[in-house]
Design a protein around this ligand. Structure first.
Ligand code: LMR
Length: 327
């Protein structure tokens, strides 16, 4: 594999270097969320830091709100050289690697700090390279937060969700998770969620506080149940051809800018989760339900069998390492 990457990159390198001498390297960063979210802010910070570090040499263009690509088209576009940066949710890489399905296992991580420990540990760092055979390079992880359920009726226990249509991201694990509680999961793009909720084509969805707030899902949902049943984080990815084709000094400066932008985004994720939860409460439109430990245990019992269904594909060692991060 290394040889394939090296050959592709050697050709790309010369081309890109020559172009760089003539005009700024254009870096298109495509994402699907609003600008006032952890990912939206991270992308803008990257633009600011990267352009400051390489004045006149690069031109970063950020396209939010699915303006350029949706998450189901962006990775292929990246492989074709039509976009240089994206940060899809970890649930959206299924076509490229089985291993990232780990992050969708319900009730695997106890909180975002545990997710962070795993991501920064050796197994998490290895996963950044898990798609290099598909010419996609992970530059880092970005947090959004833990997922909650929203609905028009109060959901407290698995029986309440039975028979209801829920929008999910394109992940077989998430499909199995909702099927385990007899709900009907529908894989739909993020850009369609508000309309699906508004027209009542679906009953509910799972998402973080910042996505539910920034995309106004709370305006068309009466309840949110604070389950923290899973994580919604991102991998910032780029194309191997683009990345390894950059002159070394440019790549090094861009990586530093990206690391700082991710740290900035992570600080925002922590703050925004709590702030946007409060804004949803203050709106008076959605009531936030907290569940008891006994109610939570019902969700765990119903959903945890999903782990076994995907353990072979993901790798039991990886699941073990993720569980370790809870300690
Ligand atoms: C979703 O589709 O719900 C999320 O992946 C959106 C995002 O990028 O946070």
């Amino acid at each position: 594999m290394k040889t394939l990457v090296a050959t592709v990159l050697a050709c790309a390198s010369l081309l890109t270097f020559n172009q760089a001498a003539a005009k700024p390297i254009e870096i298109k960063f495509s994402h699907v969320v609003a600008e006032n979210t952890p990912k939206g802010q991270m992308a803008l910070k990257f633009k600011e830091l990267a352009e400051a570090a390489l004045p006149g040499q690069i031109d970063v263009k950020v396209y939010p709100n699915s303006q350029l690509f949706t998450d189901s088209t962006v990775l292929q576009a990246m492989q074709l050289g039509d976009v240089e940066l994206a940060a899809p949710a970890l649930s959206k890489f299924q076509k490229y690697t089985d291993q990232l399905q780990l992050f969708d296992l319900p009730f695997l991580f106890k909180d975002i700090e545990a997710v962070d420990r795993f991501q920064q540990g050796p197994e998490g760092q290895k996963l950044l390279k898990s798609m290099e055979s598909k010419l996609l390079v992970g530059l880092g992880y970005l947090h959004n937060g833990m997922k909650q359920l929203t609905d028009n009726s109060p959901i407290r226990v698995p029986a309440d969700i039975s028979g209801k249509k829920y929008r999910i991201m394109t992940s077989d694990v998430l499909q199995a998770q909702f099927e385990a509680v007899q709900a009907i999961p529908l894989k739909k793009p993020f850009s369609e969620v508000f309309t699906l909720l508004q027209t009542k084509a679906i009953d509910g969805q799972e998402n973080t506080w910042s996505n539910t707030y920034s995309k106004k899902f709370f305006e068309v949902q009466k309840y949110a149940t604070e389950t923290n049943h899973g994580v919604l984080d991102y991998m910032v990815v780029t194309s191997a051809e683009f990345w390894y084709g950059l002159p070394d000094d440019v790549r090094t400066k861009l990586k530093t800018a990206m690391d700082e932008a991710i740290a900035h985004g992570n600080r925002i994720a922590l703050k925004k989760g709590a702030e946007d939860r409060q804004k949803i409460i203050d709106s008076g439109k959605t009531e936030i339900l907290t569940i008891t430990e006994a109610e939570r245990q019902q969700w765990v019992n119903a959903m945890k069998p999903v782990w076994k269904m995907f353990a072979d594909e993901i790798g039991p060692d990886l699941i073990g390492a993720a569980l370790e991060a809870n300690n």
